[in-house]
Design a binder for this molecule. Structure first.
Ligand code: ADP
Ligand code: MG
Ligand code: MG
Length: 877
C-alpha cells in the first residue's frame, strides 16, 4: 500500500523527490541528532494525486491522523488542547527551492480557548499568546482563505502607528484578533475555523494548491523547474521565537554566498516569529551579536553550522529559532550562491579535504563560468534607463552611437568606443559589428542576425528594443519621453538584462577573461577557475574546437583553449570590395567570364586561409565551402529598382536588377545554397578548394579539412568530393573531405553519406530548423514566447539541442555513420556546441568534439569535463 506520510525519523536528504528539499533535510538533521522539533512530511506524491484528482488520496487522512497522534503522545499534549495546546506549522517544500513562492501557515491549533492555554504554557505571557493567535488568523486568512493580505496589514499598521510590533500589548493584540476575525467574516461570510484539526486539514490543501499559484508557475518557468513535481507538506511542532527577549529567530549561511569567504553570515531578530526576519518588519542585528545576547545558543549554533558543512560538504543556509534560551533548527539546505562564490567554495572545500577536485568540477556550471566572463556595469552608480530590449548577448558596453558600419569602423579606427545602432543588422554590418563595443537593434529576436553574430563574437548586444525609433537617414534615434539620441552621443547597453541607458555607466572588466587571455592567476577567484579548468581538461573526452572565420578569432580560440577550428565559414571572403567580383560572377555571360571572376577571387581567398592556418599553428581547420544563396551578396532589390526608376542606374545596375529578380527566392533557407551552389555554378567550389590547398602548401603543418554544407543525398557529396579530391591530389595536399549533417535526410541516410565522407559535423542550427519546420528568423519573435508560455517546450530548441527530435537524428547518424566507416570523425558546429546541456548530449552521443564560438570555449571545456562524470547533470539547482 502506498505510504504518503513520513516521520522526520524515517526520511533522509536523498529523498527530495518524495519529501521535497525542506522535508528531506529536516529528516536528515533529525537523524544527525540536531535539535529539530518533531514533525512529519506528506509526500509530493500525495500532492500530485490531489492536483490531478481534485481530492486527497485514500488513506492519507488516516495516515496523517496516526502521525499526529504519535506526535501528540510524544509531546504529552494534543493539537489545540484548550489548557495546554500543541501547535504546528504547515509548510510547503518542493524538490527545488522556490523561495517565497508557496505557502506556510504557523501556529495552527489556536482558537479562543487554546490561546489561554498557550499563555499559561508561557508562564502567563498573554501578549505572546495573542501575538501568535493574530499571526495565525493573518496567515491562514491570506493563504488558506484567499483574503487580500493587505486588509490584515492595514489593520495592523493602523493599530501600530509609529510603534513597532513588539510595543503592542496583550490587550491591543487581543483587540487585533477580533478585528482580524471580523475581516475573515466579512470576506468569506464564515467564521474563522476554530477546530484545530480542520485548520490543519485546510492548510495542507492550501499548500497543495499553492503549487499552481500564478507566481509559482511563473517562477518555475523562469527557473526551468518541471511543472508536474508537486510539493510536499511538512507538519512541524511549533517552537516560539516571540515569547520575549530571550527568544528570537534568525537565518544564516555557513559562509558568504557572495564571495565564498568563511565566517559568520546571518541575521537575527529578538522576540520575533517566522518570516519577520526576511520580511524586514524591524531591523535585524548581525548574527555575531547573538554571542552577547545568548552565548550558549550562539556557540551551539556555530557547532551545528560546522556539523552541517562537514556533513553536506557544501555551503548550507539555515533557519533557526531560539525559544527562551533553547535553540531549534527549522530548515537547512545547500545554499544558493553567486557564480564567483561557487568556484571559490568548491576549491576551498577541496583544500579542507571535504571534497575531491573531481567533485569540485561537478559543483560549478558552464553558465556560472559564462557569467564570470562578462564585463559588468558597476552596480553602485545611478543610471538613466531609456529602453529595454532582449538580452541577446551578455556584457556591458559603453560608446558613442553610430548608425552605419562605415562610421563604426572609422571612429573605432580613431580609438573611439562605439555602439552600432541599427533597426536590424545584415551580413554587410559585420565589419561595423567587429569595430563596435556593442550592438543595439530595434527589431529582431534572440536569434536575429545581430544576436547570433554578437554572441559568436562575445560582443554585447541588445536587440529588439522596440520602443526605439531608429532613423538611419537622420542619424538619430528617439526613445519614449521625447529623448533624442544623435550620432556621437554616449549610451550604455547591458546585454545581460537588455537595458539601454543614456550616457556613460562605468564598467568593470572580467578578471576571468584576462586569465583566459593569458594573465597569471592573481586572485582567489581566478585561481579557483584555473584549478577547476585544468581538471576539467584532464578528464574530458570531448575535444573542443572553435567556430572562427578570421585570424583574430582563430588566435583567441587558441588562447581560450580551443583545439582547432570546427567551422571556418567562408562567406565573409565574398563581402566588402569583393562583392564586385561576386557580381561579375553572377552576371557572367559565359564560361570564360565566370572563370575570370573566380580566378580573381582565388588569390584573395588563399590569403585569407594563409592567415587562419598560421594562427592555428598546425591545429586542424575545418573550412566550410560557401553556404548562403548568392543573392545575399548582391545589392538590395529595392535600392536597384529605385535607381533604375529614377534614371540613376548604370548598365551594370540594370543587369544586376534582372539578376536579383531572377535569383529571388520565396524561401531562401530551402533554396539554392550549400552544395547545391557548388553543383550549379561550375568552378565555384573548385576555386575555394584550390585556394585552401594553395594556402596549406604555404603554411608548414597546416591541417585543412574541407566541409561540404547542406548535403541531403550522398550523390551530391560524391559529385563535389570527386572534383575536390582531384584538385588536392594535383597539388599534392592532404586534407580530409567531409560533410555537414544538417538536413534530416542526410541524418537518416548517414550510412550512405559516410561512404563519401571522412567526417560529419552536425550543423544543428539548420537541422533544428528543418526538423521542426521552423524558419528561425521568423518564428522566434513571432511566437516563441507564446510557445514557452504554453509549455510547448521548456527552452527554445535553438538554444538547447532538442534531444527527443533533433537529438534522435544525431544519434541515428552517429550509429549508422560509424557502422559504415568506423574511423568517421564526428563533431558539432551549430550554436549548440557551446550550450551546457547540449555539450552533455554530445558527450553521451559519442561525438569526438564540439565546436563553438571562441568565447564559449571555456564553457564547453568545463561542461565537457563535467559530462565525463556520468552522474553529473548539466545544471545544479
Ligand atoms: P519558506 O519556505 O518560505 O522559508 P518556511 O516553511 O520555512 O517557509 O516557514 C516560514 C518561516 O516560519 C521560517 O522562518 C521558518 O523558520 C518559520 N517556521 C516554520 N515552521 C516553524 C515552527 N514549527 N516553529 C517555528 N517557526 C517555524
Ligand atoms: Mg514562505
Ligand atoms: Mg524557510
Amino acid at each position: 500500500m502506498a505510504k504518503y506520510v513520513y516521520d522526520f525519523t524515517e526520511g533522509n536528504k536523498d529523498l527530495k523527490d518524495l519529501l521535497g528539499g525542506k522535508g528531506a533535510n529536516l529528516a536528515e538533521m533529525t537523524n544527525l541528532g540536531l535539535p529539530v522539533p518533531p514533525g512529519f512530511t506528506i509526500t509530493s506524491e500525495a500532492c500530485r494525486h490531489y492536483l490531478a484528482e481534485g481530492a486527497v488520496p485514500d488513506g492519507l487522512e488516516r495516515e496523517v491522523a496516526e502521525h499526529l497522534t504519535a506526535m501528540e503522545k510524544r509531546m504529552g499534549k494534543t493539537l489545540g488542547q484548550a489548557d495546554d495546546p500543541l501547535l504546528v506549522s504547515v509548510r510547503s517544500g518542493a524538490k527545488f527551492s522556490m523561495p517565497g513562492m508557496m505557502e506556510t501557515v504557523l501556529n495552527i491549533g489556536l482558537n479562543d480557548e487554546s490561546v489561554h492555554g498557550l499563555a499559561k504554557q508561557a508562564g502567563g505571557n498573554d501578549r505572546f499568546a495573542w501575538d501568535s493567535y493574530r499571526r495565525l488568523i493573518q496567515m491562514f486568512g491570506k493563504t488558506v482563505l484567499d483574503i487580500d493580505g493587505e486588509l490584515f496589514e492595514h489593520a495592523l499598521e493602523s493599530l501600530k502607528g509609529d510603534r513597532q510590533d513588539t510595543d503592542l500589548g496583550a490587550a491591543e493584540l487581543q483587540g487585533l484578533v477580533e478585528t482580524f476575525k471580523g475581516i475573515v467574516r466579512d470576506q468569506t461570510g464564515k467564521d474563522f475555523p476554530a477546530d484545530p484539526r480542520e485548520q490543519m486539514r485546510l492548510a495542507v490543501m492550501a499548500v497543495f494548491d499553492s503549487w499552481n499559484a500564478p507566481r509559482a508557475i511563473l517562477y518555475r518557468r523562469q527557473e526551468r523547474i518541471p511543472a508536474d513535481l508537486g510539493t510536499a507538506v511538512n507538519i512541524v511542532a511549533m517552537v516560539f521565537g516571540n515569547v520575549g527577549n530571550d527568544s528570537g529567530t534568525g537565518v544564516a549561511f555557513t559562509r558568504d554566498p557572495g564571495s565564498g569567504q568563511q565566517g559568520i553570515y546571518g541575521d537575527y531578530l529578538q522576540n520575533a516569529q517566522g518570516e519577520d526576519v526576511v520580511a524586514g518588519i524591524r531591523n535585524t542585528i548581525p548574527l555575531q551579536e547573538l554571542e552577547r545576547l545568548d552565548k550558549s545558543s550562539y556557540d551551539e549554533l556555530l557547532r551545528i553550522m560546522e556539523t552541517l558543512e562537514n556533513h553536506y560538504r557544501d555551503l548550507c543556509d539555515i533557519e533557526f529559532t531560539i525559544e527562551r534560551g533553547k535553540l531549534w533548527m527549522l530548515q537547512t539546505r545547500v545554499g544558493k550562491r553567486t557564480a564567483a562564490a561557487a568556484f571559490c567554495i568548491a576549491t576551498q572545500l577541496v583544500d579542507q579535504g571535504l571534497i575531491t577536485l573531481d567533485e569540485a568540477v561537478t559543483r560549478v556550471t558552464g553558465d556560472q563560468l559564462a557569467q564570470l566572463m562578462f564585463p559588468r556595469f558597476d552596480s553602485g552608480t545611478e543610471k538613466k534607463k531609456i529602453a529595454k530590449g532582449m538580452n541577446a548577448s551578455p556584457g556591458a558596453a559603453v560608446g558613442k552611437v553610430v548608425f552605419s558600419s562605415e562610421r563604426a569602423v572609422e571612429l573605432a579606427g580613431q580609438g573611439e568606443d562605439v555602439i552600432l545602432v541599427r533597426r536590424e543588422t545584415n551580413p554587410d554590418d559585420l565589419s561595423g559589428m567587429i569595430a563596435a563595443r556593442g550592438i543595439l537593434t530595434s527589431r529582431g529576436g534572440k536569434t536575429s542576425h545581430a544576436a547570433v553574430v554578437a554572441r559568436g563574437m562575445g560582443k554585447t548586444c541588445v536587440c529588439g528594443a522596440e520602443e526605439l525609433e531608429v532613423s538611419i537617414g537622420e542619424r538619430r534615434f528617439t526613445a519614449p519621453g521625447d529623448i533624442v539620441v544623435n550620432e556621437g552621443d554616449l549610451i550604455s547597453i547591458d546585454g545581460t538584462t537588455g537595458e539601454v541607458f543614456l550616457g556613460e555607466v562605468p564598467v568593470v572588466d572580467s578578471a576571468v577573461v584576462e586569465y583566459f587571455e593569458g594573465r597569471e592567476p592573481d586572485d582567489d577567484l581566478v585561481r579557483a577557475v584555473d584549478r577547476i579548468m585544468r581538471r576539467a581538461d584532464e578528464v574530458r573526452r570531448l575535444g573542443v574546437r572553435a567556430n572562427a572565420d578570421t585570424p583574430d578569432d582563430a588566435a583567441r580560440a587558441r588562447r581560450f583553449g580551443g583545439e582547432g577550428i570546427g567551422l571556418c565559414r567562408t562567406e565573409h571572403m565574398f563581402l566588402g570590395e569583393r562583392r564586385q567580383l561576386v557580381e561579375d560572377l553572377v552576371l557572367a555571360s559565359g564560361d570564360e567570364e565566370r572563370q575570370a571572376a573566380l580566378d580573381a577571387l582565388e588569390p584573395l581567398q588563399k590569403a585569407d586561409f594563409v592567415g587562419i592556418f598560421q594562427a592555428m599553428e598546425g591545429q586542424p581547420v575545418t573550412v566550410r565551402l560557401i553556404d548562403p544563396p548568392l543573392h545575399e551578396f548582391l545589392p538590395d532589390l529595392t535600392d536597384l529598382s529605385v535607381k533604375v526608376a529614377t534614371g540613376d542606374a548604370t548598365d551594370k545596375d540594370r543587369k544586376l536588377l534582372v539578376a536579383v529578380k531572377r535569383l529571388h527566392e520565396q524561401n531562401p533557407m530551402l533554396g539554392l545554397r550549400g552544395v547545391r551552389l557548388g553543383l550549379v555554378i561550375p568552378g565555384l567550389f573548385a576555386m575555394q578548394v584550390r585556394a585552401i590547398a594553395q594556402a596549406a602548401k604555404e603554411v608548414p603543418g597546416a591541417k585543412p579539412e574541407i566541409m561540404i554544407p547542406l548535403v541531403a543525398a550522398v550523390q551530391e557529396l560524391e559529385a563535389v568530393r570527386e572534383e575536390a579530391a582531384g584538385i588536392l591530389a594535383d597539388l599534392g595536399v592532404e586534407a580530409l573531405i567531409g560533410t555537414m549533417i544538417e538536413t534530416p535526410r542526410a541524418a537518416l541516410t548517414a550510412g550512405q553519406v559516410a561512404e563519401a565522407a571522412q567526417f560529419f559535423s552536425f550543423g544543428t542550427n539548420d537541422l533544428t530548423q528543418m526538423t521542426w519546420g521552423f524558419s528561425r528568423d521568423d518564428v522566434e519573435a513571432a511566437f516563441f514566447s507564446r510557445y514557452l508560455e504554453l509549455g510547448m517546450f521548456g527552452v527554445s530548441p535553438f538554444e538547447t539541442l532538442d534531444r527527443d527530435g533533433v537529438g534522435r537524428l544525431v544519434t541515428i547518424a552517429v550509429e549508422e555513420g560509424r557502422a559504415a566507416r568506423p574511423d568517421l570523425k564526428l563533431g558539432i558546429c551549430g550554436e549548440h556546441g557551446g550550450d551546457p546541456d547540449s555539450v552533455h548530449f554530445c558527450h553521451q552521443a559519442g561525438l569526438d568534439y564540439v565546436s563553438c564560438s571562441p568565447f564559449r570555449i571555456p564553457v564547453a571545456r568545463l561542461e565537457a569535463g563535467r559530462a565525463a562524470f556520468a552522474e553529473c547533470d548539466s545544471d545544479t539547482r
